[in-house]
Design a protein around this ligand. Structure first.
Ligand code: ZN
Length: 300
C-alpha cells in the first residue's frame, strides 16, 4: 500500500492534469483539467490526491480507498492501458506526464480539500504517515483496556495503516497471544516494533518479517496454520475471521511462544470442514485449504 502510494507520489505530484474522465455517476461532470497535482498522501488505506485551486474553490481532494479490490494503474506517455481492464476504469487522470487510471475503486469521491477531515479525520495516527504521533497512537490503543491486542491494532480509529499481516506478526514477535487484553501489553514497544518492520519493508521487496526472503520463509506465523513454529516447533494455531466483526480477522499464533488468552474451539467460528481433524493441542486444521495451498498466505 505504501509502496504504491510512494510510486504514485513520485510520478504524479507536480504534474498538471490534461484531461480527467470520471466514470462514476456522482462526479460524471467533474473536470480537473488545468489543475496541478499538489500532493498524493495515504492515511491507512485511504489515499488523498490533492489538486490546486481553480476559480470558485480553494483546492480539491480526490479520496480513494481500495477496500479489497481497487487499484491505481499508471501508464507512461505513449503507452495504452490493456484493453482487458477497460470496463474497470472509474477515473482517467491524464497528466502532462503519465496517465493514472483508477480501476474498480469502490470509494472514489471528490471533495474540497478543506473538508478532508470528513473522510480521514476519524483515523488514528498513521504508522508511516508524515505526521506520525506515537503518544497519540498509544493513547488510542490503550483506551479500552480489556480489548484484545490484535483487534485494537487492526482498528483504523486507533492506528491507521497496519494490515492483518503486520498485526499478527507483531503479536508473535512481542510474545503475546493476539487476544491479550491491551492493559497487559507494553503498547509503546509494540507500535515501535510494528512501525520499524513496516518501514523496513518499504525499502525491501515483499512483506518480510523474518528477514528471510526465501519462498515460504518470510513470516513467523502468518499463513502458517499447522506448520511448526519457527522458534519452538509447536504447530501454529489458526482462528478464522468472524463474520460481522471487522477486526476479527484470520489470525495465526503459536500457543507456546505467545501465552495468553485465546478463543476455545467452540468460540472459533470457522468455515465448513475447516475444523476436521483438529486436536485440542494444535488448535488448527488439517484440511487441504490450510496445508499450503499457494495463495493462502498472500491474502492480506
Ligand atoms: Zn513457538
Amino acid at each position: 500500500m505504501f509502496k504504491a502510494a510512494r510510486r504514485m507520489r513520485e510520478q504524479l505530484v507536480g504534474r498538471t492534469v490534461v484531461r480527467s474522465d470520471f466514470r462514476v455517476p456522482q462526479h460524471a461532470t467533474a473536470d480537473l483539467s488545468g489543475r496541478r497535482i499538489t500532493a498524493f498522501d495515504s492515511y491507512g488505506k485511504h489515499m488523498l490526491t490533492r489538486f490546486s485551486p481553480a476559480a470558485g474553490d480553494d483546492g480539491l481532494t480526490l479520496h480513494t480507498h481500495f477496500e479489497m479490490d481497487g487499484a491505481w494503474q499508471l501508464v507512461g506517455p505513449g503507452k495504452v492501458l490493456p484493453r482487458s481492464v477497460g470496463d474497470e476504469v472509474r477515473l482517467v487522470l491524464a497528466t502532462d506526464g503519465p496517465t493514472a487510471y483508477a480501476l474498480r475503486m469502490p470509494v472514489l469521491e471528490l471533495l474540497p480539500t478543506a473538508e478532508e477531515d470528513r473522510v480521514v479525520g476519524h483515523l488514528g495516527p498513521d504508522l508511516l504517515g508524515p505526521s506520525w504521533d506515537e503518544d497519540e497512537a498509544v493513547r488510542r490503543l490503550a483506551a479500552d483496556p480489556d480489548r484484545p491486542l490484535v483487534e485494537t491494532l487492526l482498528d483504523q480509529k486507533d492506528l491507521a495503516g497496519i494490515g492483518n499481516l503486520w498485526a499478527v506478526e507483531t503479536c508473535f514477535l512481542r510474545g503475546h497471544s493476539p487476544w491479550t487484553p491491551v492493559r497487559d501489553v507494553d503498547l509503546r514497544a509494540t507500535v515501535r516494533l510494528a512501525r520499524r518492520m513496516m518501514q523496513h519493508s518499504l525499502d525491501h521487496p515483499g512483506q518480510v518479517t523474518t528477514g528471510d526472503t526465501r519462498r515460504g520463509q518470510t513470516h513467523w506465523v502468518y499463513g502458517r496454520a499447522e506448520r511448526p513454529c519457527r522458534r519452538c516447533a509447536t504447530p501454529v494455531a489458526f482462528r478464522d475471521s468472524v463474520t460481522g466483526r471487522p477486526y476479527a480477522r484470520e489470525t495465526w499464533w503459536c500457543p507456546r511462544c505467545q501465552p495468553g488468552p485465546f478463543p476455545s474451539l467452540e468460540e472459533r467460528p470457522t468455515r465448513p470442514g475447516l475444523r476436521r481433524g483438529v486436536n485440542e493441542e494444535s488448535f488448527g486444521s488439517r484440511t487441504k485449504r490450510l496445508s499450503g495451498r499457494p495463495g493462502y498466505a498472500r491474502r492480506a
